[in-house]
Design a protein around this ligand. Structure first.
Ligand SMILES: Cc1cc2nc3c(=O)[nH]c(=O)nc-3n(C[C@H](O)[C@H](O)[C@H](O)COP(=O)(O)OP(=O)(O)OC[C@H]3O[C@@H](n4cnc5c(N)ncnc54)[C@H](O)[C@@H]3O)c2cc1C
Length: 384
């Protein structure tokens, strides 16, 4: 007899760990299957920090989900005692017509979110480490900040376990098939039956979700840590915001205050424009020329930041063509499968609310959260 569950969750990274938590909190029998160990660094949910913000330049439709995510950060912190979110403030910098500035302002105005517009002199006065060009402006948001991915994943796994979920690590799903009213899920060790399957595959989406019809691209990204000239004091979260900074060539760079002690300096990364890869072929080595390019770029906007290079790490984005997420019942298996994928390099801040949405979709087929933007039908390949 194969073990039977109400719901099997595939992938216990950011989204899957949150789904396992929300499903098990509703009293259903959950099995979570993860290819690697708990809180690993081979997917998309590692590296110590992720930006969170509410004045969302990508689309105002994300804002209600962010407001709910912020509530859930607090719930997770309260329930586990882990440090999840640090709201140190954030500044989105660029020319007034840049996507970073104009898009953030559009969301702030549409949703009446507290924010302040700063001109270049205002940015320099408020944050002396930042050296904007004279034609650059910034939207400052007090409620922006960072979330800690490893703590968030660990907290959701802890809560799911506490609520009775079975979580199996180093046990990848090899395949699944429809079975009776639900699914049958195979691993090298066992076969499980369940009423419903929730697939949260991260960068493995092209392999696990071939019949979704979404042309995903997987992108290698690098995170860099530098020891600032003169030490970390001006970069501590009580003195320093997170920032997203778009230059005249549409290159976006973003970074964090120093949060992990003086020996780890401060983290910075380019947003997008990485190299295409797969989870098998990604180059995990960070090369001298990449480090130099990042140091040169930062020297122009935060001259004190690239003092000494400390370390770098790679990570993967799973992009959809329009860079919006896919969260839905699977169009080819609407009764038995729910999917969450294509988070396109900006999903982590939504992790807890995505978990809540996935529990809604898996158990009822619908959700009260506004997820129209994430419908996979928008991306289905046009008929030839
Ligand atoms: C460098 C970098 C910076 C980022 N910065 C930000 C940011 O500042 N703000 C923000 O909001 N977002 C950011 N993101 C994006 C965000 O981190 C991702 O959108 C999010 O982590 C995706 O979570 P996920 O659950 O889809 O993927 P993952 O966390 O990778 O989880 C997928 C899981 O599926 C497992 N899996 C795969 N195949 C199988 C199988 N067959 N069986 C079982 N398990 C399987 C994998 O092992 C993995 O654990 C960043 C991402 C990167 C890489």
């Amino acid at each position: 007899m194969s073990p039977t569950y109400d719901v099997v969750v595939i992938g216990l990274g950011g989204m899957g760990s949150a789904a396992a938590h929300h499903l098990s909190s509703r009293g259903v029998r959950v099995l979570g299957l993860e290819k690697f160990g708990p809180v690993h660094n081979r997917g998309s949910s590692h590296g110590g920090s992720r930006i969170t913000r509410q004045s969302y330049f990508e689309d105002p439709a994300y804002v209600p989900l962010l407001l709910r995510a912020y509530e859930l950060y607090e719930d997770v912190e309260r329930a586990t005692g882990r440090d999840i979110a640090t709201l140190c403030g954030g500044v989105m910098i660029g020319r007034p017509d840049s996507l970073t500035v104009s898009g953030s302002l559009r969301s702030a105005v549409q949703w009446d979110l507290p924010h302040e517009m700063l001109d270049a002199a205002g940015i320099r006065r408020r944050f002396p480490t930042l050296a904007p060009q004279d034609d650059e402006v910034g939207l400052f948001e007090e409620k922006a900040g960072l979330v800690r991915p490893e703590n968030m994943v660990a907290a959701h796994l802890q809560l799911a376990t506490r609520q009775g979920a079975d979580l199996h690590f180093d046990e990848p799903m090899t395949r699944w098939e429809p079975y009776r009213d639900g699914v049958r899920v195979h691993t090298a060790e066992n076969t499980y039956t369940a009423g419903h399957l929730v697939i949260c595959p991260g960068a493995w989406a092209p392999r696990l979700l071939t019949d979704l019809g979404v042309p995903f691209t997987i992108e290698r990204q690098v995170m860099y840590w530098f020891q600032p000239l003169g030490g970390v004091r001006p970069f501590l979260p009580e003195n320093h915001p997170i920032y997203i900074w778009e230059d005249a060539d549409d290159v976006q760079v973003y970074g964090f205050p120093s949060i992990d002690g003086p020996e780890l300096g401060a983290k910075v990364a380019f947003f997008r424009k990485g190299q295409l890869c797969t989870p098998e072929t990604i180059d995990r080595t960070v090369h001298e020329d990449e480090i130099r390019a990042m140091a040169d770029h930062m020297a122009r906007c935060i001259p004190d930041l690239p003092g000494t290079f400390l370390k770098a790490a790679t990570c993967m984005y799973s992009n959809t063509p329009d860079e919006h997420f896919v969260i839905a019942r699977h169009p080819a298996h609407p009764e038995s499968v729910t999917v969450a994928c294509g988070f396109s390099g900006h999903g982590f801040k939504f992790v807890p609310v995505v978990g809540e949405i996935l529990a809604d979709l898996a158990l009822t087929g619908t959700t009260g959260h506004p997820i129209g933007l994430f419908d996979p039908h928008r991306l289905a390949a046009a008929p030839a």
